[in-house]
Design a protein around this ligand. Structure first.
Ligand SMILES: Nc1ncnc2c1ncn2[C@@H]1O[C@H](COP(=O)(O)OP(=O)(O)O)[C@@H](O)[C@H]1O
Ligand SMILES: Nc1ccn([C@H]2C[C@H](O)[C@@H](COP(=O)(O)OP(=O)(O)O)O2)c(=O)n1
Length: 229
């Protein structure tokens, strides 16, 4: 099978809707590859913060995105590790500071363009599950199954609050709710690749569903579409 023929499932949606968690589960169940596209934007954000590059300096940010020395690795205990050069940045990219900066650099067309081919290179057999904002609309418009995962803003803020606390990254719920609102607005209102469902996406509201229920629903759609047994 050529790599272009490898099937893709896209899961797009706003922050805290559960995309990353569910994409990982679906990929594991199917034995497919995983693309956490948000991690790439977060890595550009972190690299820019560390290099003292301004969030509006499009030419320098583009360079950082082109050069990004990222390695998605698995540790001996099976956990995932994200490296930037020889530095383990798995946790550093998950802070709200990095999320907000990622949302800011993601507005810039040159940054998005610089990351496009890198994202498409993940489409290899036996298949790919890709999560982000524009996976179904821009990066993989021919994906076999497109899901747009949502949840109420309050539920998403609560989830993110618990998640960051578990990781030892302290933040107040009120500040987090504001950050999520800001990010929702910026991600949805930008002119290039805004956050919105593809015309052929299935919309799934996870506010009252467990992680298992969401994963099973998507796997059911994959089976209906003959993508899985
Ligand atoms: N359906 C769900 N019900 C309850 N918690 C969830 C659900 N989906 C995800 N979560 C939790 O919410 C947090 C954010 O999920 P994550 O997958 O990182 O969201 P996203 O990638 O959309 O930002 C994680 O701690 C995850 O375990
Ligand atoms: N495909 C993507 C993925 C992320 N982004 C931008 C917009 C998001 O606010 C940031 C961070 O994305 P990420 O998916 O890691 O964020 P959440 O886990 O949903 O909070 O990057 C994007 O513009 N396009």
């Amino acid at each position: 099978m050529s790599s272009a023929a490898a099937p893709v499932i896209t899961i797009d949606g706003p922050s805290g809707s559960g995309k990353g968690t569910v994409a990982r589960r679906v990929a594991q169940t199917l034995g497919w590859h995983l693309l956490d596209s948000g991690a790439l934007y977060r890595l550009v954000a972190l690299a820019s913060l560390r290099a003292g590059v301004d969030a509006t300096d499009e030419p320098r940010l583009r360079e950082l995105a082109v050069e990004l020395p990222v390695v998605f690795a698995v540790r001996a205990d099976g956990s995932e590790q994200i490296r930037l050069g020889d530095q383990d940045v798995t946790l550093d990219i998950r802070t709200e500071e990095c999320g907000l900066r990622a949302s800011a650099v993601a507005v810039l067309p040159a940054v998005r363009e610089a990351l496009l081919e890198r994202q498409r290179s993940f489409q290899v057999p036996p298949g790919l599950v890709a999560d982000g904002r524009d996976m179904g609309t821009v990066v993989f418009p021919a994906a076999a199954l497109k899901v747009f995962l949502t949840a109420s803003a309050a539920e998403r803020a609560n989830r993110r609050y618990k998640q960051l606390k578990e990781k030892g990254l302290g933040v107040s719920l009120a500040a987090l709710s504001r950050d999520i609102e800001d990010r929702d607005r910026r991600d949805s209102e930008r002119s290039v690749a805004p956050l919105r469902p593809a015309a052929d996406a299935r919309i799934l509201d996870s506010s009252d569903l467990t992680i298992n229920e969401v994963s099973d629903k998507i796997l059911g759609w994959a089976r209906q579409g003959q993508l899985a047994k």
